[in-house]
Design a protein around this ligand. Structure first.
Ligand SMILES: Nc1nc2c(ncn2[C@@H]2O[C@H](COP(=O)(O)O)[C@@H](O)[C@H]2O)c(=O)[nH]1
Ligand SMILES: [Mn+2]
Length: 468
């Protein structure tokens, strides 16, 4: 038997986490449930008390109810706080905004969960949804989440306003690249290096007076987790959706120093109107930036000569806010859906969900089902999400490659797909961004499929990853 349970802690019953369990009988279910409770709620005592509710009514005998329907609610009590058996759950008002988690199989750090709960308590919060790639943010706000609020909260978007992913077919490059061709291309990409100040600033957003000081960064990838990656189709699950004979480029980048300056300005002066105008500019600038990177990449692939303007298959923003109508009274003043590391389901586009340079990228079709959209706040995961901090993964890999540093660097420049990593900047990036730093993308995708949020269109294999 297999059931998707809605798993909650007694102190926080509006924060629902899905949990998929496979079980043989009532006894194995009860044991598995207790193990989950102890694993997920670290503060809970060994004597945790697990109660099952079907339609709000306490289940007295598990065996009588098997198999449980999807959505059965399971409440975990500390033995001390467990109420005398009553048919109803006690009401809890300690969390102002309902909070939902979309992970079941993916591991989400308890600290990130607590960070999301704290956001749910901010004034004006209406709903919070943690994606399976939810992880600890560097400030007070987690990454991999969607937040609905009755006001605009710029801090929830963060400083990389407009960051997102764009997928292009690479003109003239076919999927059957030989190792020799990959090596030559990697070398050429390393030499080009997407250096600042070299791209033509030729779009209205990049020519905007507010963006003038950032023109040098137009067409540049940016550091760390941003990348430009040549990929080919490993498996096509929706026949005809993509061309299997083509090679593709996935670009992940944002508004670079422009977004940072806009976020810093708001922090300094709190001028929300100015922020909103600048936010709009950042979202367009970031999208133009990804297209410019795509063009530069395509030009390198064609031996340096300019190619036709690149076409886009999808262009998705995962850090931004958008106005939405309140679900209960659509005529009321709008709410604002903030996404920090969450991709939109409602953009009428496919979405690329990458794992890392050493794992597959999934091209997915978001569901259009109204109930699913509401449950997910119209948002899905934008990646695998960090499993380890930069410092931790660097220490792990330095321990693993105790041999000469040059050997380690050589190993980190290759991938499990016989691909190449081009990293002409800081060598530390090779460590900090290694596949080990990220969660298991396959579990993220399984979780999203399990809640009915996506279907997989194609699975892509990375062959050349450019990191700065
Ligand atoms: N295919 C690749 N995926 C990567 C790489 N580096 C990071 N990632 C994934 O992208 C998201 C981006 O998250 P963000 O919070 O920085 O917007 C991240 O969670 C990883 O799963 C890469 O080099 N190649
Ligand atoms: Mn991003």
């Amino acid at each position: 038997m297999r059931t998707r349970f809605d798993f909650v802690h007694c102190d926080n019953q509006r924060a629902v986490r899905p949990l998929v369990l496979t079980y043989d009988d009532a006894e194995s279910l009860a044991l598995a449930m207790k193990a989950e409770a102890l694993g997920r709620f670290k503060h809970i005592k060994k004597s945790a008390n697990v109660r099952f509710y079907v339609n709000g009514t306490l289940v007295q005998d598990l065996a009588d109810e098997l198999p449980f329907p999807d959505g059965t609610r399971v409440v975990i009590y500390d033995k001390a706080s467990a109420p005398a058996v009553s048919a109803r759950e006690p009401a809890d008002t300690s969390v102002p905004a309902p909070t939902t988690f979309l992970h079941a199989e993916t591991v989400v750090d308890e600290d990130a969960i607590q960070q999301l709960y704290r956001v749910a308590k901010l004034p004006g919060m209406v709903a919070c949804v943690g994606m399976p790639d939810l992880h600890l943010g560097s400030g007070a706000y987690p990454v991999g989440a969607a937040f609905v609020a009755s006001r605009i909260i710029p801090e929830l978007v963060g400083s990389d306003i407009g960051c997102g992913m764009t997928l292009f077919p690479l003109p003239g490059v076919s999927s059957d690249l030989t190792d020799r061709q990959l090596q030559r291309l990697s070398q050429a990409l390393g030499q080009d290096g997407f250096q600042p100040g070299e791209a033509t600033v030729d779009t209205p957003a990049s020519q905007h007076p507010l963006a003038a000081a950032h023109a040098r960064n137009f067409g540049t990838i940016g550091g760390g987790n941003h990348f430009a990656e040549l990929q080919v189709i490993h498996e096509l699950l929706e026949p005809g959706a993509l061309d299997t004979s083509a090679a593709y480029l996935l670009v992940h980048s944002g508004s670079r120093t422009l977004g940072e300056a806009v976020a810093a300005q708001f922090k300094a002066d709190g001028d929300l109107q100015a922020y909103c105008e600048a936010h709009k500019l950042c979202v367009t600038w970031a999208s133009d930036n990804r297209r410019k990177i795509g063009q530069r990449f395509a030009d390198v692939c064609s031996g340096g000569s300019p190619t036709e303007p690149v076409q886009t298959i999808l262009d998705i923003t995962h850090n931004s806010y958008v106005p939405v109508s309140p679900s209960e009274n659509p005529q009321d003043s709008p709410h604002y859906l903030h996404r920090k590391g969450a991709a939109p389901m409602d953009a009428g586009q496919l979405v690329a969900i990458p794992g890392s340079r050493g794992t597959y990228t999934y091209i997915v079709r978001p569901s259009t089902d109204a109930e699913v959209l509401a449950r997910c706040a119209c948002s899905i995961a934008h990646g695998a999400g960090r499993a380890m901090s930069r410092g931790k993964v660097t220490a792990l890999l330095k321990g693993r490659y105790r041999s000469r540093r040059s050997d380690a660097v050589e190993a980190l420049q290759r991938t499990p797909f016989d691909g190449y990593v081009v990293c002409p900047g800081r060598v530390e990036v090779l460590y900090e961004e290694a596949p080990e730093a990220y969660k298991d993308i396959e579990l993220v995708i399984r979780d999203l499929v399990a809640v009915g949020a996506i279907s997989v269109v194609a699975v892509m294999k990375p062959l050349i990853t450019c990191k700065m």
